[in-house]
Design a protein around this ligand. Sequence first.
Ligand SMILES: Cc1ncc(COP(=O)(O)O)c(C=O)c1O
Length: 391
Amino acid sequence: MLKQCGSDENEHVPPGNALATGALDFLDADTGRTPVLALDLGVVADRYRALVSALPGTQVFYAMKANPHPAVLDLLSSLGCGIDAASTNEIDQALAHGIAPELISYGNTVRRGSEVAHATAAGIRLFAVDDQSELDKLIDHAPGAAALVRLNAEGSAAAWPLSRKFGTDVATAASILRRAADAGLGVGATFHVGSQQSDPASWDHALEQVAETVDLAGVADRPLVLNLGGGLPSTLADPTPALDAFADAILRGIDARLDGLDLTFAIEPGRFLVGDAGVIEAEVIGVVERPGQECSRWVFVDVGLFQGLSEASGETIRYPLTTKVAGPTAPAVVAGPTCDSTDILYELRPVDLPVALTSGDRIRLHGAGAYTVSCSSLGFNGFEPLRVEIA
Ligand SMILES: Cc1ncc(COP(=O)(O)O)c(C=O)c1O
C-alpha cells in the first residue's frame, strides 16, 4: 500500500535528529564520494554537558570505541572527559590526545598480562575484571590499581545486549572483590546494561547486584569506585526515553541500594555522546524487483554492513532514513553493496521510501555517529571504507 508523502515529508529530519545542523549543512554542500559520515562536534559537546549536569559528581569516561576520530577525542579531552579504553592502542591514542592517565579506565576485561603492565606503566589505575584469572594479571602487573568487578547485567531491553560474554554473577564477583582487597588493590564495581538501552529501570537491577556483591565481599567499609557503564541511547528510529528518565532512575537506584557507601562515581557512555552527531549520506546504486518475496522492492545503497553499518545486522539498530526525492512512498528492503548475502540493512521491517527512488539518488541515515566509522572494513569486496568529515 502506498503512503502519500510530499517531498517535505521524505526530506523531513526526525526532530531528535535535527540538532546535527552542521552535519546536514555540510552534506547539502558536499560533492565528494559517498558513503560519507558528517560529524557535528557541537552535538557531542552538548551531549557531554547534558550528561554532566544530569549526573552531578560523576566522572564521564567516553567509550572511544564508539568513534575514535581525533577531533572527537580532542573535543572531549578539552571538556575534561576521560576515556574508557579497550586496548593498548586506544590507551596510547587517548594519552596522545591529552587525556590524563587517571582519567583512563581499562574496561576490556580480557587482555594479556603484558597489556596490563603497559597500562600500569602509563599510569592507568582503573581496570575492569570479571574472573579470578584476570585478577591474577592485575595482582601481578598492576600493584596499587583499582579492580572494578564487572557484573553480568541483564540487558533484554537493549537493542544491542552485551550480556554473557562479559561479567560474572554476584557470588563470583564478591570473591573476586574480597581477594582484590586482600591483595592490596582498590575495589569497585562496574556493569553494562546493554547498548541502546530503552529501559531506565535496567540500572536499578544492576545497582541491586552491586549492593549484594559489596555486602557479600565484606568491603562496604572501603572506598569504592562505581562505574555505571554504557548503554544510554542515541536517537534512532525506535523511540527511547530522554536522558532525564535515565538519570532519575540511576540516582534513585543509587539512593535506594547504595546509601551509606563511600562511592566515587564514573560512567562510560559511547553511543550517547556521538551517535546523534553523525549523519551518513549514501547513494542509491540500484532499485530492483525480487518477485515472489514478501517485500519485492529492493533498494541497494553504497553503504552496508561492511562500510560501517555492522550494527544494522539483527535490525535492532534502526537508523532514521530520509531522502530529498519527492512523492508517495512504499516499503522497500534496504541492502548494502557487497556480494555478501548478509549485507542487508532492513528486511524484517522494510523501510518506507519514495516510489520514484532510483539509481543515483541520495539517502541519509541519521543518528549514525556511533559504531560506524570504527566498524568500517578496510576494503571488503573492494569497496572504500566510510569517508568521515567534521562538519
Ligand atoms: C566496557 C564498555 N563500556 C562502555 C561501552 C559503551 O557502550 P554504549 O555505547 O552503549 O554507551 C561499551 C560498548 O561496547 C563497552 O564495551
